[in-house]
Ligand binder design. Structure first.
Ligand SMILES: [Zn+2]
Length: 81
């Protein structure tokens, strides 16, 4: 019988490990160099589940895609960039 605390710990560790698989170096920070459009597309896909407020990488990718007219923003999102 696994204790409740241990079960919670296992869930937390697994969530962390999943992030590590997806992650590159600093997964949700603004990239050091500008995204290419293809790079922005990949980042946009990789961070699809991220909250825009919490993920500078997603915001940066979105900005590139919007500027390239690859993505049309909802007015509610526009204010966050
Ligand atoms: Zn992210």
């Amino acid at each position: 019988m696994i204790s409740h605390d241990l079960a919670q710990h296992i869930v937390a560790v697994e969530a962390f490990l999943d992030r590590e698989i997806l992650a590159e170096d600093r997964p949700h920070e603004k990239p050091d160099s500008a995204f290419s459009i293809a790079g922005a597309h990949r980042a946009w896909q990789r961070h699809k589940g991220c909250d825009l407020d919490a993920c500078a990488c997603k915001r940066t990718a979105m900005r590139v895609l919007v500027d390239a007219k690859k993505l049309v923003l909802d007015a509610r999102i526009e204010g966050k960039l």
